[in-house]
Design a protein around this ligand. Sequence first.
Ligand code: EPU
Length: 337
Amino acid sequence: MLSVRENISLLPYNTFGIDAFARWMAFPRSTEEIKELLDSNKPEWNPKFVLGGGSNVLFTRNYDGLIIHPLIKGIEITQEKNRSVWVRAGCGENWDDFVKWCVEHDLGGLENLSNIPGNVGASPVQNIGAYGVEARDSVDRVELVMLADQKKRTLSARMCRFNYRDSIFKNELKDKCLITHVIFRLTREPVLKTHYPDLEKELDDYPETTIQAIREAIISIRRRKLPDPAETGNAGSFFKNPVVTAQQAHLLKQSHPAMPVYDCGENKAKLSAAWLIEQSHWKGKSKGNVGTHKNQPLVIVNHGGATGTEVVDFARTIQRVVQNHFGILLETEVNIL
Ligand code: EPU
């Protein structure tokens, strides 16, 4: 019988380094163990929260319910057709170990998503993205268990309703299911995506552009620019890049000619949250134990001993100053509990 532990410190389970407690916590290693756990449900195990690598969550209080931290492992090729290869990975696999495995096996598609913290199971939830690539470009389908009735379901990529840092798992299925496996469609004939300016520049140092070179280049860029959660608590980008109408972007650009604007079609444009924060003079600034990172102000860092409430208060300050400067409300990317 799978054990459910009581009063567990969440410090080792969140990259922000927040010291909160879970009333109950379980660590299932298979779909069967998850079903068994849900089947033996107790009233005090509610509400329930599924915690992956803890790299996109901020605890502002103790969790008075059951946290399920799935440890389902395994990476296997399930199908090959022409140059396409389908790979099924357990939700508990570390994301970057999985990307490394793919690159080592010469399977292209995920190399631009190198060095992102977190586990495989979370990749479709916020449709992780970096350097011109998003998880949705390679996700073929997602296997899950519904928390209410333990039914297994498989969602096609289309059913996941992916969008920029968004999916059905942040909307209709929020807190309703547990993703057990993700199946990616990768390729032995990769189309290399190198057009992201930082990446293009970094690749100049490599004799040949391969998926291996892209992975290495991205690891170098990220190590240089982003704080290592093992040293400085953080959850990556705290805010999303705001998506506005093309008209709104055009008006802002008139008063701020240097402002980066990325056309995203459908009469929409994406702005750079990092730029908006920097121009509001909040890059590398701190209040108490919390600050914005010196190289990337979109990342909020815990200088040590910060509480979740302190982080939220700091984030509200950033939202207020950006709103005052530009009339734009930055939406949080991190899941605040
Ligand atoms: N910029 C500034 N000041 C800065 C940093 C950036 O003005 O200090 C401006 C520059 O114009 C730069 C632009 O912002 O060209 C974009 O910066 P960057 O390439 O660092 O990317 P980002 O848009 O700030 C996004 C993702 C990151 C991802 C990078 C790289 C979101 C919310 N964030 O950041 O994802 O690593 O692109 O592709 O979309 C994460 O989600 O946790 C994350 C780190």
